[in-house]
Design a protein around this ligand. Structure first.
Ligand SMILES: [Mg+2]
Length: 316
């Protein structure tokens, strides 16, 4: 199987993977193949792969802001003015930087990403989990992809050492030279995250293309049943709900040793299939439970492929 490590932002899926995209409905390609062989692991960032919101490691210290005070001010402002919380924080960060005479451009924001802390095992997770699938599905043309959907900042994520691991990254982003202050270009809210799940599902990853056009389930390259969504809390509820309601899986994580109750609540409310401490090392509960879900997805793909073969052989 192919393990993809190069990010290809804003690029439509399936242009380089055998069996994934050609032969819509089994009609157009010379040798039709079963198409639904891409597995997508989709991650939230803040609190899921990294212990704290990414701005707290670098940007806020750089402009001399206490994180607690900053978020309280941003949330207070948003509430007072009925403004979107994410747009408000993105604006406030640069307003404060300007007031203090600190200039932070795109390159600097990317550089700040290097200091973002990751949970234990995250660095090796992508190779380890890919290896798990490779051993079990190498000969079957199954492809594993990692995606990131975050309300945090694209530029900071770009600077982290795991950025090259993602097939695509959907995150909030600035327009740096549009106005006096950088202006929010794309803001990914909790519910807005679900749009990107559908983009992955439909293979419409180019943000310039509309996601709203109808696409029959049979033509969607990555069915939800091939997806696992990883998140850490209430902001992930819409994504977990959408993924699970469409036949996919959700895993909740909490900081090792604390805040377990949040995950227990999500589990009891049927928001996630499993939860575990955010320890990504091989042999951890998170690793083991993810592998259980992967076993199930791999088995499902094999069953569906067999059914597809039988259906083709009996169609004449
Ligand atoms: Mg989070």
């Amino acid at each position: 199987m192919a393990v993809e490590t190069t990010p290809r932002r804003s690029k439509a899926a399936n242009d380089d993977e055998p069996g994934a995209g050609q032969a819509k409905g089994g009609k157009s390609a010379a040798r039709p193949q079963f198409e639904k062989k891409i597995i997508a692991l989709v991650y939230d960032f803040d609190g899921t792969l990294s212990p704290k919101p990414m701005q707290e490691y670098t940007f806020l210290p750089k402009i001399g802001e206490d994180p607690k005070a900053f978020w309280a001010e941003a949330n207070g402002l948003a509430k007072k003015h009925g403004a979107d919380g994410l747009i408000t924080y993105m604006h406030l960060m640069y307003k404060k930087a300007k007031a203090r005479g600190v200039r932070i451009d795109r390159e600097e924001l990317v550089a700040l990403g290097r200091d973002v802390e990751l949970y234990p095992g995250v660095d090796d997770w992508f190779d380890e989990i890919s290896e798990y699938v490779r051993i079990r599905a190498e000969s079957q043309g199954i492809t594993l992809r990692h995606y990131l959907i975050s309300s945090g900042l694209t530029e900071i994520i770009e600077g982290t050492r795991i950025y090259p691991r993602f097939h695509n990254v959907f995150a909030s982003e600035y327009w740096f030279d549009a106005y006096d202050l950088p202006y929010p270009k794309r803001v990914i809210t909790d519910t807005g995250k679900t749009q990107y799940l559908f983009r992955i599902n439909k293979g419409v990853e180019n943000l310039g293309e509309s996601i709203n056009e109808h696409m029959p389930e049979t033509e969607r390259p990555i069915p939800f049943s091939n997806m696992i969504y990883f998140g850490d809390g209430d902001t992930d509820v819409p994504s977990m709900a959408v993924t699970r309601k469409n036949g996919g899986y959700a895993v909740a994580v909490h900081p090792p040793g604390k805040h377990r109750t949040k995950c227990v609540d999500l589990f009891k409310a049927g928001r996630c299939d499993f939860f575990a401490p955010a320890d990504y090392r091989r042999g951890s509960d998170l690793f083991r439970r993810t592998c259980l879900l992967l076993d199930r997805i791999l088995a499902d793909i094999r069953v569906q492929e067999e059914t597809w073969r039988i259906r083709r052989s009996t169609a004449k």
